[in-house]
Write a protein that binds this ligand. Structure first.
Ligand code: G3P
Length: 219
């Protein structure tokens, strides 16, 4: 089974504007050359131009529990959908939300046919999140995010346990592995431990040659 690759560009310098467009085009080329499944998660302000420019599923990095009305600055599920997003990340370690809000947000997004990736920082978070039946759960120990020690080397057991917990609750929920993912070893190990794919940020966004890095990872 091919790994699903989710790239979260966060707010790195290549994660917005013309540099993001260039990165997105490179990721699209990798998809076309390798036949891999690649999802790109971009800032809300970049969803529209990027989803128009490339043939990749574009996800928001966060969506608020809000609808039309007096909610200055909110990122509405309606807005990300109109902009061209196919889904969103929720509860990222850098954008945590409480469980009640998460539950309501998932219900709202489902009604709009948007896909949902929910991040979990710890094993304790995995079960309650899995019970909300998102499409994907991404396990990401926060202390390893953005670093050079990948979760596959530093905390392999957290991947195995997450897969066990999630698949017992609903085998249709896909498990992603994130934090420090940078090499083909990390991708292969994640899959060997039962995950369905990886969630990557700095390994791609900060790479000198992101296209080469991703092709290497997929090898
Ligand atoms: O959302 C992905 C993320 O938090 C992992 O970041 O830089 O460790 O790949 P990074």
């Amino acid at each position: 089974m091919k790994p699903l690759i989710v790239i979260n560009v966060k707010t790195y310098p290549t994660g917005t504007g013309p540099k993001l467009l260039k990165l997105a085009k490179q990721m699209e080329t990798v998809k076309n050359e390798t036949g891999s499944k690649i999802i790109l998660s971009v800032p809300a302000t970049d969803i529209y131009p990027i989803s128009k420019a490339v043939n990749l599923p574009i996800y928001a990095q966060h969506t608020d529990l809000a609808t039309y009305g007096a909610n200055t600055g909110a990122i509405l599920p309606e807005s990300i959908k109109f902009a061209g997003a196919k889904g969103t990340i929720l509860n990222h370690a850098e954008k945590k939300i409480d469980h009640k809000t998460l539950k309501k947000t998932i219900t709202t997004l489902r009604l709009k046919n948007l896909k949902i990736i929910v991040c979990a920082d710890t094993l304790d978070e995995v079960k309650p999140i899995a019970r909300l039946r998102p499409d994907f759960i991404a396990i990401e120990p926060p202390e390893l995010i953005g670093g050079n020690h990948s979760v596959t080397k530093a905390r392999p057991e957290i991947i195995t346990e997450t897969v066990k917990i999630v698949k017992k609750i609903d085998p249709k929920i896909k498990v992603l592995v994130g934090a420090g993912i940078k090499t083909a070893y990390d991708v292969r190990k994640s899959m060997e431990l039962g995950a369905d794919g990886v969630l990557i940020a700095s390994g791609i966004t900060n790479a000198k040659d992101p296209k080469k890095v991703l092709i290497d990872m997929l090898s």
